[in-house]
Design a protein around this ligand. Sequence first.
Ligand SMILES: [Zn+2]
Length: 259
Amino acid sequence: MADIRFGPSTLGPVNESIENLKEYHKRGFRTCEIAFTYGVYIKDKEKAKEIGKVAKELGIKLSIHAPYYVNLNSKEKEKIESSKKRILDCCEIGHELGAEDIVFHAGFYSGMKPEEAYENIKREIIDLQKTIKEKGFQVNLCPEIMGKKNVFGSIDDISKLAKETGCHFCIDFAHTLARYNEHKFKELIKAFPQNKWHCHFSGIEYSEEKGERKHKQTEKEEWQNVLSHIKNLDKEISIVSEAPDPWSDAEVALSLYNN
Ligand SMILES: [Zn+2]
């Protein structure tokens, strides 16, 4: 039986974060992803340590979602460097927060063949890992499975990266549905034999052509479907709700799971 942690994709503003963690604990949440999607907004290291300490005491596993503006396969060298800086900024504050999993969207194919994009992104991930090690940050890089077909991050892309670089990964069940028109549970289980899974889920409105369109509240049946496929896996799973109202969505998921 899987050990599944549920929680929302937000910690809220810095001055509300401790209160929010206490509220999450009351609701039974055991994971929380800090959304640095529009910038690394926790800057004060002492505050980060304090937040991390409270989260740890409450048994809430923190993770980070890095800024959206990341492309490790840009044709422009400066864009790759600024992307790496954004990821490393997350790693640095993540280390203070005790947030080990650093989730990011690895990049685009940028008109290249998928194999070429793969090799470029792999090289940058290995370089990032070297810096992380030198700086002593206790974090894992987690490139995410992406919903749009023209974006780097297929199941194969991400599982191969995990296998060849030892990086961790983020499985987004809404993204697999958008990318493949099905969740691909069997393929995921085969592609990711690792004991720890970091996951995202939300309802999704999508167009066949372009893949993912936007997140929406998750239908109960969708949660039930996902949970039925992961609940018996012998794994530690964190599943972060990315629905527009992630508190109530995570609560629905948790109650379905408990019943
Ligand atoms: Zn994401």
